[in-house]
Design a protein around this ligand. Structure first.
Ligand code: 0L1
Ligand code: MG
Length: 259
């Protein structure tokens, strides 16, 4: 049985100090998915105790390719807090991260509570706005290597996210062409259809997974629906941008990049 509080403290400290740590499963190969989510919850509680607020959830492993790579049949999820929010066009500090990667995503904002088993129509009815978004993922584990339990405990690698201009609910997000540039060079291209074949399926899954943890996705929350392409390493880049067809452009700069 994992020491939930100790593991949560270890991950939370690693994130705050931008310092990589060994995988939990290296010393506890029996770490269960339930315990991994308990560690995630306890690490988030430490953030909330410092004054951060929950602002939404993120979905991970939403492409067939990533699920196959991990031998998974389901998605994972993590919590988003106020300290992870980056304004579109603003700068983030490179020193905040260990070995960050960035991926192009679609985000939705909710206007009604959503939890448990919901239909596609119920999920859509709870959407207030949609946007292109960029997620910065930063595994707290050495060499960005982890087993399933590790990455779940590590809040699905979430570390920052940037949302582009909000578009009205009803804007088609099923097959949005995306081009992500790192330092103005093309890094990844793809389409939002890679998110479970239709990003709304990811919202249905988010409600189901949150519900199984006793959590309600609240009005005003943002749900990051998953990566449309592989993630790109940020390395020493100075800027990242995403052009997402009719959803427009989103980006950020990196203070301390280029070093
Ligand atoms: O957002 C994601 O799909 C990432 C989930 C965690 C795995 C990773 O860090 O690649
Ligand atoms: Mg992601």
């Amino acid at each position: 049985m994992a020491d939930i509080a100790a593991m949560a403290a270890r991950l939370d400290d690693a994130a705050r100090e931008a310092r990589a740590i060994p995988q939990i499963t290296g010393e506890d190969s029996t770490l269960s998915l339930a315990d991994a989510y308990a560690i995630q919850g306890a690490a988030i509680d430490r953030r909330l105790a410092r004054g951060e607020r929950l602002v939404g959830v993120k979905m991970g492993f939403t492409s067939e390719a990533k699920m196959a790579q991990m031998g998974l049949k389901d998605q994972i999820w993590g919590r988003l807090t106020s300290d992870m929010v980056v304004t579109n066009g603003a700068a983030i500090e490179r020193a905040r991260f260990i070995h960050p990667r960035v991926e192009p995503e679609v985000a939705v904002r909710l206007n009604a509570p959503l939890t448990g088993a919901v239909t596609r129509e119920e999920a859509l009815a709870a959407v207030d706005a949609v946007a292109a978004a960029l997620e910065v993922i930063d595994s707290r584990y050495e060499n960005f290597r982890f087993a399933l339990g590790d990455v779940v405990a590590d809040n699905a690698s979430s570390s920052a996210f940037v949302v582009g201009p909000w578009m009205p609910a009803g804007t088609d997000i099923s097959d949005v062409a995306m081009e992500m540039r790192v330092d103005d060079a093309p890094a990844e291209t793809g389409t939002s259809a890679a998110i479970l074949g239709d990003p709304i399926r990811s919202l249905v899954a988010a409600a189901r997974l949150a519900g199984s943890a006793g959590l309600v996705l609240e009005p005003g929350w943002i749900v990051m629906l998953g990566g449309a392409t592989a993630a790109a390493a940020i390395g020493s880049a100075r800027a990242v941008s995403l052009d997402a067809a009719h959803l427009g452009r989103v980006g950020f700069t990196i203070e301390g990049g280029g070093a």
